[in-house]
Write a protein that binds this ligand. Structure first.
Ligand code: FES
Length: 362
């Protein structure tokens, strides 16, 4: 009874009062009684209630979430970090998921079931409408920046942030020139196929099937310049499984695409660069080309990330999560070598380490 009352009150309260007012009211009435009465509203944490679960394909579901008052307004293409305690053991697991849709006060995440993945398995097997999840506020720089010509290149569940930007732009009167390339296994595995075919205008959307050749675009990721002759004029948004991103990046490098026009969605936690960096017994000089400044990392500090080493030298680099998850610190490696969090020429200084004595970054 209390739960169903809350279920109808929460959307109403967020819609009528707005998140800012609700935050003001909740923080001024927070006490042991209100916290127990309704821990979704009377909470210091950012939380979201599952409003609906929708099957998209055989192994992919969309979860429609109503975040509480601590959630900041998201931008299409951003992601949230979701934290659960899958075994109720006190040991939490966190994963980042792109927002596939932003609709008024609700947001959606669309999650492919990875059988070995604790969080996606929990979401697919146990998450139900009415449950409350711990989430972060929206993050990330994989967002539209008023460019005139775009090309989205995505595969599998990597369609989610691209779809959310596409959907937002599709409603605009001054819609930019959009091309959309999506690689999926088969028509049945194609997430948002109906919306791509019907809801959106459809123009400029090419779906390429890796295991089904009778329909869709016949272009492979290695033929993108043939598919989009003006590709080099377009700003590219790339998202998909790691091997797909590596292939596309190698291809873009081979055609000398300007990597400064590329945005990549990349959620990887890694410490794998530390061992390699410790083998360096010399000082490292790092040159930041766009700022025309350089700094030296002493040999004893080569186990520090590039971000930490820059800060130690009094140089501030743009960053967010400091753990390789948000993409905010991404920059281009122009020459030299780094280890750790690297995707083609894109590197993430918060989780990348020097691996040669000269490193030049954009
Ligand atoms: S990826 Fe978040 S700060 Fe580097």
């Amino acid at each position: 009874m209390l739960n169903s009352l809350r279920s109808s009150i929460h959307p109403w309260a967020i819609q009528k009062l707005g998140r800012d007012w609700l935050e003001y009211l909740a923080s001024n009435t927070m006490n042991v009684v209100t916290e127990k009465l309704d821990p979704f509203i009377w909470s210091y944490d950012c939380k979201a209630k599952i409003l609906a679960v929708r099957q998209e394909t055989a192994d992919t579901k969309t979860f429609v979430l109503l975040p509480n008052q601590h959630f900041k307004q998201p931008l299409p293409g951003q992601h949230i970090e979701l934290t659960i305690d899958p075994e109720n053991s006190g040991k939490t697991e966190s994963r980042c998921y792109s927002l596939s849709e932003i609709d008024g006060d609700t947001v959606s995440i669309t999650v492919k079931h990875n059988r070995e993945g604790k969080v996606s398995s929990w979401l697919h097997d146990r998450a139900k409408p009415g449950m409350v999840l711990n989430i972060s506020s929206p993050r990330g720089r994989f967002v539209y920046r008023d460019q005139k010509k775009l090309l989205f290149i995505c595969a599998g569940a990597g369609i989610t942030p691209c779809f959310s930007i596409l959907k937002a732009l599709d409603n605009r009167p001054n819609r930019p020139d959009i091309a959309f390339y999506y690689r999926s296994r088969t028509p049945d595995d194609t997430i948002f196929k109906k919306q791509l075919d019907q809801t959106l205008s459809g123009s400029g959307v090419d779906i390429s099937y890796s295991r089904y050749t009778d329909a869709g675009s016949s272009y492979l990721p290695s033929q993108l310049l043939e598919a989009y002759p003006d590709l080099k004029e377009r700003d590219i948004y790339l998202c998909g499984p790691e091997p797909f991103k590596h292939d596309v990046l190698a291809y873009l490098e081979s055609i000398e695409y300007n990597m400064n026009k590329l945005e990549i969605e990349h959620f990887v936690r890694t410490n794998s660069g530390i061992e390699q960096s410790r083998q360096l017994n010399e000082d490292v000089t790092v040159f930041l080309k766009s700022r025309n400044i350089s700094f030296v990392i002493a040999a004893k500090d080569c186990d520090k990330t590039l971000l930490e080493a820059a800060e130690k030298n009094g140089i501030q680099l743009e960053h967010g999560c400091r753990s390789g998850m948000c993409g905010t610190c991404r920059t281009i490696l122009i020459s030299g070598q780094v280890s750790g969090n690297q995707l083609g020429k894109s590197i993430y200084p918060c989780t990348a380490y020097p691996a040669s004595t000269q490193v030049v970054l954009e």
